[in-house]
Design a protein around this ligand. Structure first.
Ligand code: NAI
Length: 677
């Protein structure tokens, strides 16, 4: 059977309508490129050709599944050029998303007409690439260099209205197809092809200051800078610069950075559908309760209100309820102040929210999330109350960080409805949600947790039960190795510098100072009795806590802080304490190079991830990596620790792990095999 064509051509009078139909997003896959090239030949008898798309969007980008293989003809730049060179001028008729290759095609058309709200952008930078079909050369010629830098280097998406203000489109119309009929009836004179227009004035220091700003923001990622370089080539003739852009695009497809970012893109989609809930339909949730309106509860309530749910927040008494209400209102009003929410939306959300001190108000909610103190008996009491007042099958969720949900839910009737929903702070901002299932949780309840996560715009990852679940367990391993490094010769600022240089937003010690040392301290004390006696336990952090050095809020922690300043300053007192700890332990301190610090910590992270997978806590390496990227600031362009170790070679990282384990006998389980995960 011949393949149905992905691109069709219809003549209506002297107008040719070229329609791309390649669901779901009309990507520029090989068939579309061929269809478009053929269409340009086919329309040559018409007066004008209209390029439009079936379905919910215009061409929304390239087909990333083709990026690992050698490019197949016809190549996109040739197709784009053919459209621009066509004797019969093209009009792009756009709706939905006009992204990447779609935008490159639109820029080759003589005119651009869009529905209101259509989105324009060159998101190649988000997958470690530069556009390869003239995007970086036509865009500055179309909208000016300043806007082009914003769009290409940071992946900024512009709405049709903004694009029109920049002169990038000719007409916005509610119904572009019918508006085009009027447009072609009085067709203006064909403008010069975008590729042949001058770039216009570029402020003399624009590229230099942009480069400095991007370098700072990108923390080691190269593609924003690559895009800037490609944009700068637009000072050369298009015919010289475009082939350079194409060659660089193809080279970057093979780069570790682009591979990692593409991996992360597909991993996000994979972890959203764990096999545990394959084919399971989630319940519809519209009304929830949040118990505890402190830091986490207020953030969770805000995220839920933003997701369109109605929220009943339950606190201990009316005074605490009023404080919780203020907290939630404060978060919502902050969004209004930053222009992220309209006043009308604020009122809508407040109308869907109440803060109370009585569990009877939760009688008709479909799901309750507990975020009270991290104390087993307090949490057990909360669930006993909830179970008393809510429907027998209503979902009960805990936001505990470390306690076992099995113990928290002990004694609750119908345990198939019990689940962990572990948010990250601040809960209305951080993307990660660990959906924790107990041995009893039903797949339907887990699926509902995932559906809720999607509604709250989270990246949800399924986790089984272990101390700290996936994320905090890996964090504990990370911190443990960092502490061993301190004991053996490194200083906090060296470890922090190394991890920042790797691409983390912060090093482990400055981060502890920011969030406070007390929670981990309490946790260490809680686990002291059950800690493996053979495990090496470095007590430097405990000593700091005992000295009242709990982090920024006490003015000192691993570093010291000037009043009202957040800049960590090396503190000789801490460094002397570390050195005397090593001496007491009989350790001869040695120097660690930045690279060694990074490879040791990364080996430990990947090893812990591998153990987590082997023990069935996480379903896949992708799940582990998404937890690290979306919950802990691991650089997305490195793909997560599991992907990073595969990239540098799993045998290298396994050898490093074995060396690390040998130096602290009894402290580490070596997973053995990272690559089978
Ligand atoms: P928090 O101390 O800021 O807030 C706890 C709130 O619970 C307080 O407002 C308190 O009045 C309320 N509360 C206590 N007992 C209650 C009861 N019986 N009924 C109703 N309300 C009650 O604590 P935070 O930081 O919000 O933590 C809450 C939970 O979330 C803990 O289990 C914690 O481990 C977990 N968590 C904390 C994270 C963090 O970064 N702080 C991150 C992820 C989870």
């Amino acid at each position: 059977m011949p393949q149905p064509s992905l691109v069709s051509v219809d003549f209506k009078g002297d107008v040719a309508w070229v329609t791309v139909d390649n669901p779901p997003v009309n990507a520029t896959s090989t068939g579309v490129r061929q269809g478009l090239a053929d269409a340009v030949d086919a329309v040559q008898k018409a007066r004008v050709a209209v390029l439009c798309c079936a379905g919910r969007t215009f061409i929304a980008g390239g087909d990333m599944s083709e990026f690992d293989a050698a490019p197949v003809e016809p190549h996109l730049p040739d197709v784009v050029q053919k459209i621009e060179d066509s004797n019969v001028p093209f009009i792009a008729c756009m709706h939905g998303n006009v992204l990447g290759g779609g935008f490159e095609i639109a820029m080759a058309c003589a005119w651009r007409v869009a529905a209101p709200g259509t989105c324009f952008g060159l998101p190649e930078v988000n997958v470690g690439l530069i556009p390869g079909a003239g995007g970086t050369q036509r865009l500055p010629r179309l909208v000016g260099m300043e806007a082009a830098v914003d769009i290409a280097c940071s992946g900024k998406i512009l709405k049709a209205e903004e694009m029109a203000n920049l002169g990038g489109i000719d007409l916005i119309a509610d119904n572009p197809m019918s508006a085009i009929l009027d447009f072609v009836a009085n067709l203006p004179k064909r403008p010069a092809p975008v590729s042949q227009r001058p770039v216009g004035n570029v402020a003399s220091d624009l590229l230099k200051t942009s480069r400095q700003a991007l370098k700072k923001r990108a923390r080691g990622q190269q593609s924003p800078l690559e895009n800037l370089t490609a944009l700068s080539w637009s000072s050369e003739p298009f015919a010289v610069a475009q082939p350079k852009e194409r060659a660089r695009h193809l080279a970057l497809r093979q780069s570790p950075e682009s591979r990692a970012l593409r991996y992360a893109f597909f991993a996000e989609r994979q972890v959203a559908r764990p096999s545990f809930i394959a084919g399971v339909t989630p319940r519809d949730i519209s009304r929830i309760a949040v118990v505890g309106g402190g830091l986490m509860g207020a953030g969770i309530a805000t995220a839920a209100l933003n997701g369109g749910l109605s929220v009943t927040l339950i606190e201990r008494d009316m005074e605490a309820a009023a404080a919780a209400r203020d907290r939630v209102e404060g978060l919502l009003k902050g969004a209004v102040k930053r222009g992220k929410m309209s006043e009308a939306q604020l009122q809508e959300r407040l109308a869907a929210f109440c803060a109370v001190d009585s569990y009877s108000e939760a009688a008709d909610v479909q799901l309750a999330i507990e975020a009270v103190f991290e104390d087993l008996s307090v949490k057990q009491q909360v669930f006993a109350e909830l179970a008393c007042h809510m429907q027998r099958d209503a979902i009960l969720a805990t936001n505990t960080s470390y306690l076992s949900p099995v113990e928290i839910f002990a004694g609750i009737e119908n345990q198939s409805r019990c689940i962990g929903l572990h948010f990250f702070s601040p809960a209305h901002v951080m993307k990660l949600l660990e959906v924790v299932h107990t041995p009893q949780t039903s797949p339907e309840v887990v699926a509902t947790g995932f559906a809720l996560g999607k509604r709250l715009r989270k990246v949800s990852v399924l986790s089984g039960i272990c101390d700290g679940f996936i994320g905090n367990r890996m964090l504990a391993a990370y911190r443990r190795e960092a502490d061993y490094l301190l004991a053996d010769g490194a200083l906090p600022y060296q470890v922090d510098q190394a991890m920042r240089a790797f691409g983390m937003p912060m090093g482990p010690y400055e981060l502890q100072d920011l969030t406070g040392l007390q929670i981990a301290w309490a946790n260490r004390k809680r686990n002291a009795a059950t800690r493996d006696p053979n495990e090496r336990h470095v007590t430097i952090a405990d000593q700091l806590c005992e000295m009242g050095r709990l982090g920024q809020r006490t003015g000192k922690g691993w570093y010291r802080y000037e009043v009202d300043h957040r800049e960590p300053i090396r503190d000789p007192e801490v460094e002397a304490l570390i050195e005397s700890y090593s001496a007491e332990q009989g350790i001869t301190r040695r120097a660690y190079a930045q690279d060694e610090i990074v490879s040791r910590i990364l080996a430990v992270l990947a090893n812990e991830g591998a153990l987590i997978i082997q023990q069935g806590i996480a379903e896949s390496a992708e799940a582990v990596d998404m937890v690290q990227i979306h919950g802990y600031g691991f650089p997305r362009w490195r793909g997560g620790p599991m992907n990073y170790c595969k990239e540098i070679g799993t045998s290298t990282s396994q050898a490093m792990m074995e060396a690390v384990a040998k130096e602290s006998p009894g402290s580490w389980h070596v997973a053995g095999c990272i690559e089978n995960n």
